[in-house]
Design a protein around this ligand. Sequence first.
Ligand SMILES: [Zn+2]
Length: 370
Amino acid sequence: MARYDRKMTSPSLWLEGLYSNVDKYDVFGSEDNFQVKVLDIPSQVGNEIVFSGRIIDPRMAHEAFLPDPCDQTTASNPIIARAIANFHTIIIVRNAAELSETISRDDIIVAKFSPGQNENKYDLQSGDFVKIFKKSDTNSNTNNINCTSLKDLNFSAGTSTGVLYGAVNIPFEDISAGQKSFYKGTEVANGRLPSDILASPWSVTNDYYVPQNDRKGRPILFIQDLIEPFIELCKEYYDEFNAKIVINDSYRTYERQVHLDATSKYAATPGYSNHGWGVAFDVNGTNVCEGGCSSSKSIERFTSPIYTFLDQEGAGRQGFMNPPSLRYDGKLPESWHWENITVRNKVFDKKQPEPEYPIIPDGSEPQTDT
Ligand SMILES: [Zn+2]
């Protein structure tokens, strides 16, 4: 299926694989800090700042194998420049408050890289910001028409999250790919829903039982039609557990789905997730085993109090169900994922292509589901 093909061709993973050989010569020794050129406009999400960066060490894969997207020949073609930028690395500033200066495009910063999986020397999917090494020359930056074209490509992830995860895995592919549909007569695309059809339950009521944000500090968002049932669900949950329901994720933009697809084996193909239709949430807390349930197939997740409560022996609550393919005996068990297909099918129609649900699994990060 497409999602596995996507994994196989993930450029970042492919680049990491090259280090299997490099490692033998250990050219890096114990180095883990490298200079990185800032490729796009940093965006803040919660307490973090993220941007895509190009490692400018000639021994590293970016310099060895990837053109600089700001180079004249490259940047003159926005689509190619975008695609090349996507082959680069996400740099994360973990604590934005500690920054004494603003990070700008073309700045050179120092980032720290951790060991990769499968004995690769470095994880090139992302690195941690260490310090600013050299601010970009303002004059040359202004005059760098080629690199400015990247600025135009710096798409907004929508009003819902303001998150840009542009640095991963959209290789030479139409970024508007994915399911299209009509929401009450207006054409819309999965993960690109207009902000006026989305709503936050908190903006409707800030009753004691309604959570304001998800666990990462993002507003919880659904299509408007699901706000009322979700608020009811919150109330039932509070009555049961004497605590607010904790949500890990709700509406997901196309860009964030791309990011997840590149970093998690649980994510649905971008453009096909029910998170992208604003009808799904990932609940926190089904991980109740002693020491934590690292496996999504762990039966304890599916017999946990939260799962049992939400599932109601398969009846679900307020229309939110853990779908067949994601149940304990399903293709890809995900105890945390709940979605409302009834309402989805009522308000969205003429989907093209036809939805692949339920065979496409759809979920998020079990690692953080603690
Ligand atoms: Zn999910």
